[in-house]
Design a protein around this ligand. Structure first.
Ligand SMILES: Nc1ncnc2c1ncn2[C@@H]1O[C@H](COP(=O)(O)OP(=O)(O)OP(=O)(O)O)[C@@H](O)[C@H]1O
Ligand SMILES: [Mg+2]
Length: 250
């Protein structure tokens, strides 16, 4: 379970997160939605300790973020940040292999190699493993970054806009894979999405963030409403219901 209690965060004198509390029990796909600048990436980076917590408390199972060893947290929780500065002179296979570092500390063993092979196969990257990152397409690079986070083999996975650059087939495939990992392997997955239809179609729970506050939290059909689109996203896009799921008509 991830528990966020009373987390507030300021940057340059501006409130970025304001008294955010939420609990995410184990298992399931949670979509985090909200307008640009709402604080979604900041919240994920605090949970994963990419930024230092200023106020409040975050725990992941029995680990207190900020007080536990980084390595212990990295064995329990992986994050794919929205943007990461990664050397272009790294090969796809090496990048995915970096996900195993918290387990072997520099000396990969058989289990690490197996996890990398599995992630490369799962994300259709086996044929690209020897290519440098600047020799593949944007979507392929995105898949490699998600594969690296998955190869880390953690129970909790935080993915910040993993559908960036992915075509419709790759997006649906990735979302279906994440749902499978949540349902059949008990993984807890939090994913930042801008396309609300993917949140409606694949998430068990949707949390909407606006102005650094949680403004809605619940099953997709309860959260994704014309009121949310108007009040939070300032748009009058229509919503249809297809197969019991809300679908935003753009
Ligand atoms: N390093 C920084 N210094 C100052 N302000 C920052 C910094 N990083 C982010 N912010 C501000 O914090 C707010 C929240 O940013 P954050 O990246 O968490 O939003 P987001 O919801 O992920 O947005 P997006 O959908 O555009 O990725 C924004 O107003 C942003 O300008
Ligand atoms: Mg962001």
């Amino acid at each position: 379970m991830i528990e966020v209690k009373g987390v507030s965060h300021d940057m340059r004198g501006q409130a970025i997160l304001r008294d955010v509390s939420l609990s995410l029990p184990r298992g399931g796909v949670t979509a985090l939605i909200g307008p640009n600048g709402a604080g979604k990436s900041t919240l994920l980076s605090l949970i994963a300790r990419l930024q230092r917590l200023q106020r409040g408390r975050i725990t992941v199972d029995d680990l207190t973020v900020g007080a536990c060893a980084d390595r212990d947290l990295a064995r329990l929780l992986a994050i794919m940040p929205q943007s990461s500065a990664i050397s272009a002179r790294l090969r796809v296979g090496e990048l995915v292999g970096m996900g195993r570092y918290p387990w072997h500390g520099g000396r990969p063993g058989a289990a690490d190699h197996a996890a990398v092979e599995a992630a490369l196969a799962q994300f259709d990257l086996t044929g690209l493993r020897h290519r440098f990152l600047d020799e593949i397409s944007g979507g392929q690079r995105q898949r490699a970054l998600v594969a690296m986070a998955c190869a880390q083999g953690t129970d909790y996975l935080l993915l910040d806009e993993p559908l960036n650059n992915l075509d419709i087939a790759a997006s649906r495939q990735l979302m279906a894979l994440l749902r499978h990992m949540a349902r059949d392997q008990g993984k807890s997955i939090v994913i930042v999405l801008h396309d609300i239809n993917y949140a409606a179609g694949f998430a068990d729970r949707v949390i909407a963030l606006a102005g650094g506050r949680i403004v809605a939290d619940g099953p997709p059909a309860e959260v994704i409403t014309p009121g949310l689109l108007r009040g939070v996203f300032d748009t009058d896009a229509r919503i249809s219901v297809i197969d019991g799921r809300p679908v935003v008509v753009v």
